[in-house]
Design a protein around this ligand. Structure first.
Ligand code: EPZ
Length: 426
């Protein structure tokens, strides 16, 4: 399997185009199930997870055409047409490999009145149960049985509107409820909804398809069901986690990079922290610019939280930065119970991190040292790449497929701004 080799110590300079958001694109693709007419998505990122979702949708009978852009900054275009849903079955193999596959459950049930989708099981970052998704669908009138590890859901008479009060915030469950409610009879009120920008992006696409949704971006979303949805065109929002990752890359390596297409407000919690750590962050007409003069970052305490709090998907990356800070930082992970898998690998590069439950205490060191490392999820993997940019000598990051799942042409983007990074076939 390929590895990524980084030789540290190079300042970054230039511009990086930000791709479409993985976690928006995957749900937008699933939304194509809700209509028999074509859904055209622009700015689709080139990722293994996008290809996996396309394969799953094709197994349901969705016809998919891709138009690959020759330019890194443009994003691909995807046309999805679910004229007829010929199967409503998502296997264990599929959902285990990519949890976002579970998001087809709501749309399949709403369009076809039945679905059989594997329970995802645990994953590298935690147990990640799905009871909130299931109870939302049950409250909308679905019958849900768990049979041999599968969710078997039916709604022969269709789904009906309901008042769904989530006991805690879940991105995926909010999306399941919103998609299913779009085709339900009557009004659905989703209380304590997640406010992540990817949910608003999905909502805007559903509205373009004829859905009646209000309250996007707030913690109460109201959906008035319609009889059918129609085709639409939608541009996938820029990936805030990718933008945040390259902002941190610039801070850790030093230099000045413009993140073209990045939107400040979607990563405001990170940018204010980077500014406190000593980076200059400025908005530009095309995105934003991050500059760091090469001095060590100041330490900062971070606690992950649902949006607009600090994203769990940037926790590993900010930890990489704090490993070289001038002082001690405390990082608390409040969303997933097992999301410190990068810590032992960072330690192999000389980082000083102690974990106690959900809290990591990071004592900054003057220099990291390159080492062979690997990680078990994509954000953890990219944190090792960031550490490699700052480390002395060579870092080899194994299990590159994690990076390919969620970072669009990472080596190309980083080498364009002067990083010494390449893919080494094994
Ligand atoms: C989404 O996962 C993202 N994935 C994750 O990104 C992201 O880390 C997460 O939201 C939080 O922002 C996609 O969008 C594909 P949740 P999701 O439901 O929807 C618990 C990445 O690296 N929970 O908001 O699965 C759950 O276990 C990935 O791109 C229940 O207990 O996250 C977690 O502790 C990783 N029961 C918390 O809630 C449920 O029924 C938040 O999960 C649902 C969730």
């Amino acid at each position: 399997m390929d590895r990524i080799r980084i030789r540290g110590g190079h300042r970054l300079s230039g511009e990086i185009p930000i791709s479409g958001a993985k976690n928006a694109a995957l749900k937008l693709m699933a939304a194509s199930i809700l209509t028999a007419e074509p859904l055209i998505l622009a700015n689709v990122p080139r990722l293994a997870d996008v290809r996996a979702m396309a394969e799953l949708l094709m197994s349901f009978g969705v016809a998919i055409q891709m138009n690959l852009s020759p330019h890194l900054g443009e994003g691909d275009t995807m046309r999805l047409e679910a004229k007829e849903i010929t199967s409503a079955f998502a296997s264990y193999d599929m959902v285990r490999k990519m949890r976002a596959s579970f998001q087809v459950l709501g749309p399949l049930l709403a369009r076809r009145g039945e679905a059989k989708v594997s329970l995802p099981g645990g994953c590298a970052i935690g147990a990640r149960p799905v009871e909130l998704h299931l109870s939302a669908l049950q409250q909308m009138g679905a019958r849900v049985d768990l049979v041999d590890g599968y969710v078997v859901a039916t709604a022969p008479g269709g789904l009906k509107g309901a008042e769904i009060v989530f006991p805690f915030v879940s991105v995926g469950a909010t999306e399941t409820a919103m998609m299913a409610a779009s085709l339900a009879k009557g009004v659905t009120r989703i209380v304590n909804a997640a406010r992540e920008p990817e949910i608003a992006d999905l909502g805007r696409c559903l509205i373009a398809m004829g859905a009646k949704i209000s309250g996007l971006g707030s913690s109460e979303i109201v959906v008035e069901g319609v009889e059918r949805l129609h085709g639409a065109s939608h541009r996938v929002m820029p990936d805030r986690i990718e933008a945040g990752t390259y902002a941190i890359a610039t801070a850790i390596a030093g230099g000045e990079v413009e993140l073209v297409g990045a939107t400040h407000e979607t990563i405001a919690s990170l940018l204010s922290l980077l500014a406190k750590s000593g980076a200059d962050v400025t908005d530009t007409p095309r995105g934003l610019k991050v500059a760091m003069n090469g001095s060590r970052p100041r330490p900062s305490d971070v606690t992950t939280a649902p949006y607009p709090g600090f994203p769990t998907d940037l926790q590993a990356q900010i930890m990489a930065l704090m490993t070289v800070a001038e002082g001690t930082s405390v990082i608390r992970e409040k969303i997933f119970e097992n999301r410190f898998m990068h810590v032992p690998e960072l330690a192999r590069m000389g980082a000083d991190v102690r974990i106690d439950g959900d809290t990591a205490t990071v004592r900054g060191v003057t220099k990291l040292k390159g080492a062979p490392v690997m990680a078990t999820d994509l954000r953890a993997s990219v944190s090792l790449v960031l550490a490699g940019l700052a480390a002395e000598g060579e870092t080899m990051v194994g299990r590159v497929y994690h990076l390919d799942r969620g970072f669009d042409r990472l080596e190309e983007k980083l080498s364009r701004v002067g990083a010494d990074i390449s893919r080494v076939p094994e």
